[in-house]
Ligand binder design. Structure first.
Ligand code: NAD
Length: 464
C-alpha cells in the first residue's frame, strides 16, 4: 500500500479498504435499509433537483428525465430489494459420489472496494444503477461521474454525502486526470461505462492489479427492417429510440439496414412519425433534447459536412444551431460506404439508411463490423428473425421493438467484445459485484480418506 501514498485518492481508498469487511458483513436487513435510503433520496428528497440538473446539462425534457433516470433507478432499487434475500443466500450445490461425506455451497461474497466510472448521457441512471448492484452485493464504492455533466455530478456528490459516510460510498468529481489517478489504485473491481477506447485504457490499468472489470461500452447498433415488417410501427419505434435523448444513447439504433424494395415506403413512414413527434418543429418542441457539449456538437456537425460532401441524400433534417447545440432529427441515405457515419458510433440524432438486396448481405454487413451492444430486428417472419439471430453476435436483441430489452431486469445487460465485457442489471449486476466463493465442508469419513499416502489402498480401488 505504501506505493500509493502520493496518490490524491489514497486516503479515501484506504478508509474504504479498512471498512470493507464491516460493510460486507452487513445483514440482509441492513443492506435493504441502505437501498431504501437511496430510493427515498431519489424518489422524494432530490427528485425535482434531478430534473433541474438534467435540464441544465442536457436540456432533457422532464418526462424523459422521469422515465429514463428517476423511474429507471427506482425500478433497479425495487427489483434489488425484492430479490436481495434470495441473491444473498448460500446457493447449495450437489455432491458427486467421489466426494460423499461432504457438502458444498456457493457464497456470493462482496468483491470489496469498487470503482464506478460513469458517462454523461444518463448521468444518474448509469451511476446509481451500478451503485445499487454494488450496495446489494455488500461493497464499498468510489464513484467518478462524467465531467461533461457538472450539475448532475455535483448533485450526485450531494446525494451520496447525504446518505453515506465516505468510508462506504464517495463521489470524486473531476476530469480525465481524476480517473487516471483513481485507476492507479488497487481496486477489487472496476465497473466502467463509456466508450470502447476508454474501456481499453481502463482494462489496461486494471490488469496491473488484476482487478476484475465490467465494461459497459458502446458501438454501432444495427437495425434490420425486412420486407415482411410492419413499416409504420417499425418507423415509429425506431425513430423514438433514435431521437430520445437526442440520439445520445448507447443502445440507440445507430443505422438502419432496410430491404431496398421497401426503402421508399419506410422513409415515408419515418417522415410521417417525425412530423407527429415534434409538431413539425423539433427546435421548439419540448420533447426534444440538445447535444451535451460544443465538442460533441462539432463532432456531429463534421459528420453532416462529410455526408454533404459525399453527395449523400438528406431524406429529412440536416439543420443545426451551434448556440443552442441543436441538431435537427436527420435521416440520410446513399452514403459512401466508407463515410464516417458508417464507420464511427454516431451517438447523436443522425440516422443513416443502408439498403440491402438479400438478408445474407445484411448479415454479412453486420458481421463486417465489431460486435454490437444491441441488434434490432423488425420482421414478421420467424425464419428471417432466427436467421439473423443465429448468424450474428450482439450483447442484446429486441425483436419488433428498440431499446426496451434494457428495461427488463430479468435480462442481463451488456455487450460482447468491442461493446463490452460482463453484464449488469438485476441478479447479473449483483453477480458482477460478487465473488462466487466455492465452499466445501467435509462432515464424515468419505472416499477422500483414500487419497493419502501410502497409496496402496487407492491403487486397489482404482484397479477394481
Ligand atoms: P467516455 O469513455 O469518453 O467517458 C466515460 C468516463 O470515462 C467519464 O467519466 C470520463 O471522465 C472517463 N474518461 C474519459 N477519458 C478517460 C481516460 N483517458 N482515462 C480514464 N478515464 C477517462 O464516454 P462518454 O463520452 O462519457 O459516453 C459515451 C460512450 O459511452 C459511448 O461510446 C456510449 O455508447 C457509451 N455508453 C455505454 C453504455 C452502456 O451501458 N453500455 C451506456 C452509456 C454510454
Amino acid at each position: 500500500m505504501n506505493d500509493y501514498r502520493d496518490n490524491p485518492y489514497f486516503e479515501l481508498f484506504s478508509k474504504q479498504n479498512e471498512n470493507q469487511f464491516a460493510v460486507g458483513n452487513r445483514t440482509f436487513k441492513e443492506r435493504f435499509k441502505t437501498l431504501d435510503k437511496l430510493q427515498r433520496a431519489i424518489e422524494v428528497t432530490y427528485r425535482t433537483q434531478i430534473h433541474e440538473a438534467l435540464k441544465k446539462d442536457l436540456g432533457k425534457p422532464t418526462v424523459e428525465s422521469e422515465l429514463t433516470e428517476v423511474y429507471a433507478i427506482i425500478g433497479d432499487i425495487k427489483f434489488a430489494k425484492k430479490n436481495l434475500y434470495r441473491w444473498m443466500r448460500k446457493q447449495r450445490v450437489g455432491t458427486p459420489l467421489s466426494l460423499i461425506g461432504s457438502s458444498s455451497y456457493i457464497k456470493y461474497e462482496p468483491k470489496g472496494v469498487c470503482l464506478i466510472i460513469s458517462p454523461w448521457n444518463f448521468p444518474f441512471n448509469l451511476t446509481f444503477g451500478p451503485l445499487v448492484s454494488a450496495i446489494a452485493a455488500g461493497n464499498t464504492a468510489i464513484i467518478k461521474p462524467s465531467e461533461m455533466t457538472p450539475n448532475c455530478s455535483e448533485l450526485m456528490a450531494k446525494i451520496v454525502a447525504d446518505i453515506f459516510s465516505e468510508d462506504e460510498v464517495a463521489v470524486v468529481q473531476g476530469e480525465v486526470e481524476a480517473s487516471t489517478e483513481l485507476l492507479k489504485l488497487p481496486f477489487n473491481h472496476i465497473f466502467f461505462t463509456g466508450s470502447p477506447n476508454v474501456g481499453k485504457i481502463v482494462m489496461k490499468a486494471a490488469s496491473k492489479h488484476l482487478a476484475s472489470v465490467t465494461l459497459e461500452l458502446g458501438g454501432k447498433s444495427p437495425t434490420v427492417v425486412d420486407k415482411t415488417a410492419d413499416l409504420d410501427k417499425a418507423a415509429k419505434k425506431i425513430l423514438w429510440a433514435k431521437f430520445l435523448n437526442c440520439g445520445q444513447i448507447c443502445v440507440a439504433p445507430d443505422y438502419v439496414l432496410v430491404d431496398e424494395a421497401i426503402k421508399d415506403k419506410f422513409i415515408a413512414a419515418c417522415k410521417k412519425w417525425l412530423s407527429n413527434f415534434y409538431n413539425d418543429n423539433s427546435k421548439t418542441s419540448e420533447s426534444y433534447a440538445r447535444i451535451v457539449t460544443d465538442k460533441h456538437f462539432e463532432r456531429l456537425n463534421t459528420h453532416l459536412e462529410n455526408a454533404k460532401s459525399e453527395k449523400a441524400k438528406f431524406e429529412v433534417g440536416g439543420q443545426t444551431d451551434s448556440e443552442s447545440r441543436y441538431i435537427e432529427p436527420t435521416i440520410i441515405s446513399d452514403l459512401d460506404p466508407e463515410s464516417s457515419l458508417l464507420e464511427e458510433e454516431i451517438f447523436g440524432p443522425i440516422l443513416p439508411i443502408v439498403t440491402y438486396k438479400s438478408l445474407d448481405m445484411a448479415i454479412a454487413y453486420i458481421n463486417s463490423k465489431p460486435r454490437p451492444l444491441a441488434l434490432y430486428i423488425y420482421s414478421k417472419s420467424k425464419s428471417n428473425t432466427n436467421r439473423i439471430i443465429d448468424n450474428t453476435r450482439a450483447g442484446g436483441t429486441c425483436i419488433n421493438n428498440s431499446i426496451l430489452h434494457y428495461a427488463n431486469h430479468e435480462l442481463p445487460f451488456g455487450g460482447v467484445n468491442n461493446s463490452g465485457i460482463g453484464k449488469s442489471h438485476g441478479f447479473f449486476g449483483f453477480k458482477s459485484f460478487s465473488n462466487e466463493r466455492a465452499v466445501m465442508k467435509q462432515h464424515t469419513f468419505g472416499v477422500t480418506e483414500l487419497l493419502f499416502p501410502p497409496y496402496s489402498g487407492l491403487k486397489e480401488t482404482l484397479a477394481r
